[in-house]
Design a protein around this ligand. Structure first.
Ligand SMILES: Cc1ncc(COP(=O)(O)O)c(C=O)c1O
Length: 387
């Protein structure tokens, strides 16, 4: 057999698979309205681009330290401090080519075969895949369509094999944001049962109505058992640049650096310079993007709730809505496939975000209001005529 047994357990990315199908139809000449996008539709700000161009012109085009350049780690440490996370830039930060690679390194660095990782779901499919890549087992704890912690359900899933709790708030796909009190409950349980916490905070800058985002690493007793994942893709519209980072204690970071050394070596040198410009430059670019997402958020939720058979709660962060389609009596995969084929609207089935995502569909509003308006009209027609 050419392919490792492990690959039977790891499913190809469900979010990417649906998007690929949509692109295929697009190439064949169909007009497709994409609500499947997981990336900002804004351009990377000019001063960030210029920093990379300047770095290339100055010959900053060679390998860097596998931890990432010190100036960037120091800048990240300052940024983390603004979120009440004290990080030592020499030992407790690694810069990676994207948050996704940081997640992969974190799982490979900490999980042994047979370890159980409790995943607060629904959640981004990569969380499951990274755990499975490390030959560990994902154990799902449903948090519903608003990503609310069910303390009892979480307690019930903790066993002697549990090694880690994975939380991702603000959440993809629901847009839910856990309160500081819920995060503290997770920290307390992790302390009681000696568990690690893997906290994916990639959407922490994209929140609405002044919702408070609190990292488990910002609590004194959470800090030492926490691995925080973050990056530049979402906040600074830099998805294609591939730049992310992780914060954890020295032992974990050292292990992650070893993995990075033997996989990607380091993120691109000039991209790291762009990261410094992003963090040191004007931050109002983020609030401008968030204001625009907010307009679209209110519009799409309102429109979806006007469609009989659908119900949608108001997300508090990220740029996704997660309407319930259970009343329609079809699976989320069938809903999305038929919607794409018949109406040319591309969305993502809730089932790819874990078992508890079934009965829901993820729609991204990181696209223009015109596209959202047109797409929602088509969804209305689809629900009324076909389902
Ligand atoms: C929850 C979550 N975490 C992490 C990422 C990774 O982002 P990147 O690898 O571009 O930094 C994404 C991207 O969609 C995401 O949705």
């Amino acid at each position: 057999m050419k392919v490792a047994k492990r690959m039977q357990l790891i499913e190809p990315s469900g979010t990417i698979a649906m998007a690929e199908k949509a692109r295929e139809l697009q190439r064949a000449g169909r007009k497709i309205l994409n609500l499947d996008v997981g990336e900002p539709d804004f351009d990377t700000p000019e001063h960030i681009k210029q920093a990379a161009i300047g770095a290339i012109k100055n010959g900053f085009t060679h390998y860097t330290s596998s931890k990432g350049i010190l100036e960037l780690r120091q800048t990240i440490a300052k940024d983390l401090a603004s979120r009440k996370i004290e990080a030592d830039p020499d030992n407790e930060i690694i810069v990676t080519p994207g948050g996704k690679h940081a997640l992969y390194c974190a799982c490979m660095a900490t999980l042994d075969p047979e370890d159980e990782v409790i995943i607060l779901a629904p959640t981004w499919p990569t969380h499951f895949q990274c755990v499975e890549c490390a030959d560990a087992h994902a154990v799902e704890v449903p948090c519903g369509p608003s990503y609310v912690l069910d303390e009892e359900a979480l307690k019930n899933k903790i066993t002697s094999k549990s090694k880690m709790i994975l939380v991702s708030s603000p959440n993809n796909p629901t847009g839910g944001v856990m309160s500081p009190e819920e995060i503290k409950i997770i920290v307390d349980l992790a302390v009681d049962h000696d568990l690690l916490i893997l906290s994916d905070e990639i959407y922490d800058r994209i929140v609405y109505d002044e919702v408070e985002v609190r990292s488990p690493a910002s609590f004194d007793d959470g800090r030492e058992r926490c691995i925080v994942i973050n990056g530049f893709s979402k906040a600074y519209a830099m998805t294609g640049w591939r730049l992310g980072y992780a914060f954890a204690d020295k032992d974990v970071i050292d292990a992650m650096v070893t993995i990075q050394q033997s996989t990607t070596t380091c993120p691109a040198s000039f991209v790291q310079k762009a990261g410094i410009a992003a963090l040191k430059g004007p931050q109002d670019i983020i609030s401008k993007m968030v204001q625009e997402y907010d307009r679209r958020r209110k519009f799409i939720v309102n429109q979806l709730n006007n469609i009989q058979g659908l119900s949608c709660s108001m997300p508090r962060g990220a740029f996704y809505v997660f309407p319930k389609i259970k009343k329609l009596g079809i699976s989320s995969l069938e809903f999305c496939s038929k919607l794409l084929e018949r109406e040319g609207v591309s969305t993502t089935p809730g089932s790819v975000f874990g078992e508890s995502g079934e009965g829901y569909v993820r729609m991204s509003y990181a696209t223009s209001l015109e596209t959202i308006r047109e797409a929602v009209n088509k969804i209305k027609g689809f629900v009324e005529n076909y389902v």
